[in-house]
Structures are given as structure tokens and as C-alpha cells.
Design a protein around this ligand. Sequence first.
Ligand SMILES: *Cc1c(COP(=O)(O)O)cnc(C)c1O
Length: 388
Amino acid sequence: MIPYGRQSIDSHDIDAVVDVLKSDFLTQGPQVPKFERTLAAYCNAKHAVAVNSATSALHIACLALELSAGDLLWTSPNSFVASANCGRYCGADIDFVDIDPNSGNLSVAALEKKLTIAKANGRLPKVLVVVHFAGQPCDMREIHALCQPFAINIIEDASHAVGSEYQGVKTGSGQYSDITIFSFHPVKIITSAEGGMALTNDPELAKRMSLFRSHGVTRDPELLQEEAPAPWYYEQQELGFNYRMTELQAALGLSQMRHLDRWVEQRNLLAKRYQQAFSNTVIKYLPVSDDRLSAYHLFVICLPDNLKLQHQTIFEALRAANIGVNLHYMPIHLQPYYQALGFQVGDFPQAESYATKAISLPLYAELTTEAQDLVIETVTQLCEGEMQ
Ligand SMILES: *Cc1c(COP(=O)(O)O)cnc(C)c1O
């Protein structure tokens, strides 16, 4: 099976992990701060807090922004469930902003409309989680401009988008948001096996996220509420978690950073090959705006409306041909958990309609052109042969 995404590991990565195994620290050593400094510098962000997953990063981001019961978090229905669940962990209510089907990203027009209604009803969100779907940054300038008058905090869920750029600036720089989070799950752009990171330019948010990452406990003399009366003294100041990244993970993530730019370039080259192959067919794909560089976590095609074969039939035929396609995403609001909270079919029609057409094709740095050609041929034959 050609997977839809997979990691690349070289001997340098393996050596980096083995070196940690032979060292004094398997956790809480020098690798985690080094990985944090390296990614922060790459993104031109002031602070970075590494954790054991992007899900944990989203949680501590919401906690640092003091999201709590009675508050409201908005996000995109076209995302992984973690983008919404982070608000639920804090006891907040969730609502969604429908997508622009041309990008799969949150629609600026839908956001503007929803904000007007929310303002009239006196129920504005405290946090907006935008998702850079497939690796293409959202319309951050416009989104920021809409949120600013209401002091809505913005978290960028950039799980798909490390290495991407918006108007010439790297995602993670925090130009239009409070916190940006990345995922290092093996299907993402770079991996630490499991792992995530939260970036911010605000020293207070960075301090709070660090506290929540590790039990809410600190020994830092500058943060202690009382002067340390004894050498063993530490304080638990918040109800935190153990969300720490291990040294093994950080060493792997750091080693993977060497390849980041090349891998993003390679993903863009492969995406261009797909686009050229599909340009004279019925198969549509999500274009990337001229002012952005996508990290191309995913290459998504959208089936035309007038196909004889159903979405599911094409999907199954591709899987049967050993092509590991996937659907990103079943709309979050239609998950049983969210339906139990009151959401229903029809609430976010663009995201729902998109999910009846979208198929993610294999895309990863080491995808060979032979494998890609097989995907192209199979997809094209299935769709072209089946027009009504
Ligand atoms: C992968 C992903 C996450 C969760 O990442 P983990 O590191 O697996 O916790 C969150 N949001 C989006 C959009 C993702 O794709």
C-alpha cells in the first residue's frame, strides 16, 4: 500500500536518538530546549514550549489564554477533532465557522457574518482556533483584523503547516496570532514520533504554557510566590499536567529540522506534478494563493458533481489498488460526541459538502515519481472513465 503520508528517517536521525539513549538524560535534559530554540529561531518567534503532542500544545495554549467554563471557542469543522477538543478540556463551549471550499480553510466571509451575529447576541468567542488546512496558511491578515476589535485570542493550529509561509513570513512568527502550534506526528512534515510545540512572542503566555506542561510546578526563583526557604522547595501554582516531550523525541525532531526546507520544496514539486497531471481532467484540486507557500501536508482532490461513481466507490477502488487514500476530514460537528452537544447535519453546509467530494492522495517527501504516476493513472482512469 502506498500510504497517504509517512515519515523519512535517515542515519543521522537514528544516531541522534541513540546518542540520547547513551547520555545522562532521557527526559528533562538539553535536547528539548535546543529543539525549542531551533524551531523558534526558524519561525522568528520569541518563545517555544515543546510538549508530547500537538493536542497537548492546543490544551496548554487554551489554558494559558485562560479559556474556561462559560467561554466560547470557535474553530473550523474541517479539521482533526483536537482543534475543537482543546476547548472542551477547559470546559468551554465550542462553535464552528464554515469553510471556503476552494481552500478547505475557515471562510473569512463566514467569520465576518458570524461575528456580527455573535456581537448582537452578546456571545463572542474568547478564542478562535484557525487551522492551516493541508499546509496552506489561512487568510491571517483578514482574520486578525476581524478579531482584533473584540479582543478575540487567535491560536493557529499549524499541525499541517510547519515550513509554510504567508506573505513572505514563516508560519509561527505570530504576526497575526497569540500562539501557533505544530504537530510532529509521523504523517506530518517533520516528526518526533509523537510531539508538538507551541510558539508565542508573549513571555507571560510562554511562562504559563511551561507551567501547565509540567504539573503547574516551578522551581524558578523568579516565578516563586515565596522566597525559597529550603533547597528542595518548589511550588505548584496551577493544576498542570505531565505533557513533557522526552529527550529522545526532541533529538529526533531537532535532527529532522535539517531537512525541513528541502522536504517542503519536495512536497511542492510533487504537488505541482499532481496539478499538471489533473489540469486537463475533470479532477479538481485545492489551489494555493499566490501570496502563500503551502507546506503541503496533504494533496486533496475534489471529485466533480457529475461522476457516475460515488465518492465512496472511488475511494474503495483506490484502496483496492493499494493506494492509501484518506478523507480529511469528516466534519467535526457531525462526530457523535459533538452531535450529542447539539450539532446536526446542515449546520455547516460547505464543510459537509466538501467532505462528500474530497480525497487525500499520497504525498510525502520520499514518494517516488513511479508511485505517484501510478496514483495519477489510477485516479484519472477511475474519474475520466466514469463521467455521465
Ligand atoms: C495531527 C493534528 C492534530 C493533533 O496532533 P497530535 O500531535 O497527533 O496531537 C491537531 N490538529 C490538526 C489539524 C492535526 O492535523
